[in-house]
Design a protein around this ligand. Structure first.
Ligand code: MG
Length: 363
């Protein structure tokens, strides 16, 4: 599968090797803001938070008139004459995002697809197809690659979507990287952004909290028998994909998927919406109780508040709006900024890709 050009729908053409999205009236791309400031040649990625790095990168990227929602949310939205297309991409790297002794090729394939489809759902959309790029050391076994393909295919089928194509590329010794690009449809809905939360809204979650992080801790401790469900969720998340469109239909004002931890991701909504999100521990008690028998109360609470890779959905709903089935209230939106727990400020924590303090891969 090399540089396959294909037609995703009548109005958007995707060239897989470089992901050029061509809307019906030409791409009209232009270079963004000219940043002439000295970038600081001595800095490395380890010196930056993911957010500060992205803040510096976004102004440098080309942005065309067909982009209804650009970088900075869970997925981009492209306007087309016939409607819009959701587009998002996410990669996994061996040694950083998975360990071979913990995860099979099938686990990795299913996980990278699930991560992408969670981002489509978080916009209020339904997946319409995925593109897969594999960059691999030639010594990689064919069996591993076929296992990966099985995982990708299974996850796509389960979500009711298809694999549109992809790319294979060789890499230096030991390198193994899988990247997925997912496309989706809003089916006429408006995208649900991170920036729409308003004081008075209810903060709600669909899906589990903290289980993937608990699974990581059990894998690390060699205690996989203690909670096989949590370990399975760490190896391969199960995002509540149908809850994205359901939340959009119920009037959700803001939404994202929980990839880097409840506190860190809630802070992203707070920042984008210029509000404060307050989480209520009483509403999280069942999530903590689910993990407490294997890890103890303090660690269980930390998993729930800061555990990454869950890919459940967090959304805000207008006051008084009935929550769709599968959603539960966990807090409220207030004037102010940041995230509080029972009204108390919290230090930001959770997963950050380039944080030098990360002791190893999250899985
Ligand atoms: Mg996301």
């Amino acid at each position: 599968m090399r540089a396959i050009a294909l037609t995703a729908d009548a109005t958007v053409r995707v060239e897989v090797s470089s992901l050029v999205l061509l809307p019906g009236r030409g791409n009209g791309l232009r270079t963004g803001v000219d940043v002439s400031e000295d970038p600081g040649p001595g800095r490395t990625l380890a010196d930056m938070s993911e957010e500060s790095l992205l803040d510096e990168m976004f102004p440098l990227l080309a942005r065309g008139p067909a982009v209804a929602v650009g970088p900075g949310d869970d997925a981009a939205v492209l306007a087309t004459p016939g409607g819009s297309v959701i587009a998002t991409t996410d990669a996994m790297v061996r040694g950083r995002d998975w360990r071979d002794e913990w995860s099979t090729g099938r686990d990795v394939g299913a996980k990278v697809v699930a991560q992408n489809l969670a981002d489509v759902a978080a916009m209020g959309g339904r997946p319409t197809g995925v593109l897969v790029t594999l960059v691999a050391d030639p010594a990689t076994t064919v069996a591993w690659v076929l296992d990966l393909a099985r995982g990708v295919g299974d996850a796509a089928r389960t979500a009711g979507t298809t694999v549109l194509g992809g790319d294979l590329s060789s890499a230096t010794n030991g390198t193994l990287m899988v990247s997925v690009t997912a496309l989706g449809s809003l089916d006429g809905r408006s995208p649900v952004l991170r920036s729409g939360a308003r004081p008075g809204d209810v903060v709600a979650v669909a899906g589990t909290l903290g289980l993937a992080a608990a699974g990581w801790r059990l894998l690390e401790a060699g205690r996989t028998d203690a909670d096989p469900e949590a370990v399975a969720l760490q190896r391969c998340p199960a995002p509540p994909l149908a809850q994205g469109p359901a939340a959009a239909d119920a009037g959700a004002t803001a939404m994202l998927d929980l990839s880097d931890g409840l506190l860190r991701d809630a802070a992203r909504v707070a920042r984008a919406s210029s509000v404060r999100l307050d989480l209520h521990t009483a509403r999280l008690a069942a999530d903590v109780a689910r993990i407490e028998p294997t890890l103890g109360g303090a660690e269980a609470l930390e998993c729930v508040l800061a555990g990454g890779e869950e890919h459940s959905l967090l959304a805000c709903f207008p006051p008084g709006a009935p929550l769709p089935r599968g959603w539960r209230a966990v807090g409220a939106v207030h004037d102010g900024e940041g995230v509080t727990v029972d009204g108390r400020p919290q230090a930001a924590r959770g997963w950050d890709h380039f944080d030098a303090g990360n002791s190893g891969p999250p899985d």
